[in-house]
Design a protein around this ligand. Structure first.
Ligand code: B4P
Length: 195
């Protein structure tokens, strides 16, 4: 299997690039943000719990997110690989993911991290907030809170994968097409080694 993580702060383009990458490489797209928003729109108990965290710019508790990922694995037993988008966001989630993949006799191939300045991120998210109806994108204070959560809880995940020599930085500013080309180049280098 070929399992990728697309990593980066809120608004760095993980969702945008993932949609194209899964199509090009035939991977299953596993976006925890999208899964949570689906639960919210269906007003499930999990969705109602998640919304209270997301609206404040906080992370949804690890056990909720890990359970959700586990059931996606069950649903896609035949996948040739996964693209994880927005997951893992804590070291506990990264450790849980390693274990889940080990049970499937596979592992993360590489982590591609999108580098974008904070000023550009705020601009993108406020802009999306105008049209998406996402409550976590409309308020600059909530956006700033998401950055502080990212730097405290999510950036240590980078260290986890750096230690495993699986972490690669990619310039995340510029046109969507140029960033997609850089990601594709990096993926194809790793694919040659794995497949
Ligand atoms: P997510 O849904 O993962 O979303 P995100 O981090 O806000 O954005 P992403 O990086 O995907 O940006 P996008 O491509 O859309 O998380 C939302 C919330 O869910 C979290 O805050 C948290 O509460 C919860 N959550 C999710 N996963 C969790 C987990 N594992 N554990 C706990 N909680 C979790 O791009 C953003 C905007 O930029 C778009 O409008 C796009 O059009 C624009 N854009 C993209 N690329 C661009 C480019 N090159 N130039 C200009 N604009 C660009």
């Amino acid at each position: 299997m070929f399992n990728l993580i697309l990593f980066g702060p809120p608004g760095s383009g993980k969702g945008t690039q993932s949609e194209r990458l899964v199509e090009k490489y035939g991977l299953v797209h596993l976006s925890t943000g999208n899964l949570l928003r689906e639960e919210i729109s269906q007003k499930t108990p999990l969705g109602l719990e998640a919304k209270s965290f997301m609206d404040k710019g906080q992370l949804v508790p690890d056990e909720v997110v890990i359970g959700m990922v586990d059931s996606q694995f069950e649903k896609h037993k035949e996948a040739r690989g996964f693209l994880f988008d927005g997951f893992p966001r804590t070291v506990a989630q990264a450790i849980a993911l390693d274990k889940l993949l080990e049970l499937k006799k596979t592992e993360i191939t590489s982590v591609l991290a999108l580098d974008v300045s904070e000023e550009e991120l705020v601009k993108r998210l406020l802009n999306r907030g105008k049209t998406s109806g996402r409550s976590d994108d409309s308020d600059e204070a909530v956006i700033r809170k998401r950055f502080s959560v990212y730097s405290n809880e999510t950036s240590p995940v980078a260290e986890h994968y750096k230690k495993a020599r699986k972490f690669y930085n990619i310039k995340g500013e510029g046109s969507v097409d140029d960033i997609f080309d850089s990601l594709s180049d990096s993926i194809e280098k790793r694919m040659k080694k794995v497949l």
